[in-house]
Design a protein around this ligand. Structure first.
Ligand SMILES: N[C@@H](CCC(=O)N[C@@H](CS)C(=O)NCC(=O)O)C(=O)O
Length: 332
């Protein structure tokens, strides 16, 4: 299989939001870091407009707008419903309106506030006030909820935070002179302090044609489709899955929608997983999964000690489970 290729620039907020979605959709792409001052010919050949991010799919399709890259990734896996398909039509409209406000007026004022010299005639204070007015509106939404739309993270949060971060970089003490931005500051901090932020912002020298391919996320690995995977399930949860046709528990007591993926183990990891999380319960089942039957993204992600575990970024269809037995296995 030809792996999708991502042309990216570490600090670009458009590339950051695209990478954030790739990270959370369980995708693994070939990562080509770009120096904006000397863009590679291979990029310009495929996308002459010369902006990043650009994603080339396995089929060779060129996607050169960040929102389209995000949509492409979420079409493959959207375990936490960031697109808001389970929200109301009005909430979905609000998501789109917030993104349009960010990409239009907010970005306009951000650029002129941050890089005033580059815009002849721009008056920094005017753009600062206009930008702050928009930020206040977003902050107000966060008075009532932790997230911009509804009560959970959506594409609005994901698409906006890298731009809000840029404002904070340009005006680090903004909260001191605008106390009404405290909720927005707390919201931004949740992204910045997440372990995923580090994975998002890994540094890499600009790509050269002769380089060996590297992945984004850099610490993730493909899951071989030849070896079975294993998941420990509570019997009641498995019974429920048999009724509905798909299993949507991430790990003990947490759903796929809460965590963003379903935990799995390789054969040699199963005993330790059982000892850590399940040894005090009866009715534990070992599900044997055929990874070649999984249509959602599968990716091996590291835990803090560096060991990687296979993760499924979507529901597990019951037909991909080839064997179900008690765990620990009953000795005969
Ligand atoms: N609408 C595009 C905008 C992307 C964009 O403007 N990216 C900037 C970097 S943050 C860029 O590539 N600029 C080209 C340059 O500076 O030469 C998207 O959403 O992908």
């Amino acid at each position: 299989m030809t792996r999708p290729v991502l042309y990216s620039f570490r600090r670009c907020p458009y590339a950051m939001r695209a990478r954030w979605v790739l990270l959370h959709s369980g995708l693994l792409v070939e990562w080509r870091e770009v120096a904006l001052r000397s863009k590679p010919a291979a990029l310009l050949e495929r996308s002459p407009k010369g902006t990043v991010p650009v994603l080339i799919t396995s089929e060779g399709q060129v996607i050169d707008e960040s929102l389209a890259v995000m949509g492409w990734a979420l079409d493959q896996a959207d375990p936490c419903d960031w697109r808001g398909l389970l929200l109301t039509a009005q909430e979905r409209e609000t998501i789109q309106a917030l993104i349009a406000q960010n990409d239009g007026p907010f970005k306009h004022h951000l650029d002129r506030f941050k890089y005033t010299d580059r815009y002849p005639g721009a008056v920094r204070d005017v753009h600062q006030q206009e930008g702050l007015a928009i930020l206040r509106g977003w902050s107000q939404r966060l008075d009532a909820s932790e997230w911009l739309v509804g009560d959970r993270c959506t594409l609005a949060d994901v698409a906006l935070w890298p731009f809000v971060r840029q404002w904070w970089i340009a005006d680090p003490n903004v909260v001191d002179h605008c106390s009404d931005l405290v909720p927005l500051a707390a919201w931004l901090e949740r992204f910045l302090s997440s372990p995923d932020f580090e994975r998002l912002m890994v540094r890499r020298d600009p790509w050269q044609q002769e380089d060996e391919p590297v992945f984004f996320p850099a610490d993730a690995r493909p899951v071989p489709l030849e070896a079975p995977l294993f998941h420990l399930a509570l019997a009641a949860d498995w019974q429920q899955a048999l009724k509905s046709g798909s299993y949507e528990v991430s790990t003990r007591g947490l759903s796929l929608a809460q965590v963003g993926f379903i935990h799995a183990s390789r054969a040699e990891q199963l005993a330790a997983t059982y000892a850590r999380f399940y040894s005090d319960v009866a009715d534990v089942l070992q599900l044997t999964i055929d990874p070649s039957q999984i249509a959602v993204p599968l990716r091996a992600d590291p835990v803090p000690n560096g060991e990687t575990f296979p993760h499924l970024y979507g529901p597990l269809p019951v037909h991909a489970v080839t064997d179900v037995g008690s765990y620990p296995p009953i000795k005969t």
